[in-house]
Design a protein around this ligand. Sequence first.
Ligand code: NAD
Length: 369
Amino acid sequence: MKAQRQTRREFIRLTSLAAASAPWLASWPSQAGAADPDRKIGFALCGLGGLSTGLLAPGLQKTKYCRLAGIITGTPAKAAAWKAKYNIPDKNIYNYQTMVNLADNPDIDVVYVVTPNALHAESAIKAAKAGKHVLSEKPMEVSVEKCQQMIDASKAAQRLLAVGYRNRFEPHTIECIRLAREKVFGPVKSIEASFGFGIGDPTQWRLKHDLSGGGALMDVGIYALQTARYISGEEPIEVAARESKTDPVKFKEVDETMVFQLKFPDGVTASCATTFATGGMNSYTVHAGNGSFGLGPAYGYGGVQGRRSDGQPLTFPEVDQFAAEMDDFAQCILHHKPTIVPGEEGLRDVKIMTAIYQAAKTGQPVKLS
Ligand code: NAD
């Protein structure tokens, strides 16, 4: 009964959060995507790098409710290659300057921003001002202020803004959230989560602070932070952190390895780690009153595996997480529903990561409001 009450409370909290992020949804004008609820939502990918090429364009082909309608790129050679491969008409090909003209293009409903982190706001705001819904890759941006500007622009345009938290649409992850919310193993007591990989090319933007806003934490530590928040169902009240480097030259501008602890209001704690130094960190464990559960690997594009301390299976068929994420956003647009990953969610993570950097710098815990 208490678990049910808790679940209901959480549902109300999430619903009201979502409603607060888009209170205009109920009276949404029909040109925003609902005129024909059976049509496929047109996506334009903005930034044609590794993620767009390797996963989003192929993911779009697997969606039910979306189609690759256009591209936004600063590289003419990429425009030509994508045009040929995906049959994209010239009128749906833009660069970062001409994208302001998206307002005149009804083929495109959503701009999916897939540029380096510190460039998300620039394109997201242009897209919102052109009347387009925006899906921004994670991390949403590199500062709370820029996240807020993105939220404000989408609200002013009365368009949806979501952040690309693909694993929120991954079935093992969804099941772990259910196990936590319904207290199947009793109340959650503590969480351990870590994600990292050995980063290659020392010249890439992920190692340049101006473009990335930070290193391992911003890039993949954010997944561990998300886990702590969606499993606890609470917002942290305090963070502590320590950063370390084994290669101070390569990681001159950004964090190589970061360990951080989160304290939640009801006493739950999360111990998290992230690194750019080496592979291997890719799991989480939730310790609850009467047992434990978790995932490992937890955060890959595929191959996620679950475990429960009672020996019951935690196994689901593999899904394309990007296709599921984009289909969910399309459904939100078609049916006037709030997204479960709104801009406010992205801003919260950036706010907490900013506090983690401050805690690592000062060596002192940082309280969060
Ligand atoms: P990438 O380096 O492969 O591609 C970045 C793209 O941005 C390139 O096409 C590049 O030409 C373009 N770009 C525009 N202006 C640029 C500039 N000034 N400097 C450098 N590049 C510029 O990066 P990626 O791996 O595709 O990552 C893009 C975004 O997607 C990042 O925010 C990243 O965090 C996110 N991402 C998310 C996932 C996920 O699993 N959700 C996975 C990978 C990347």
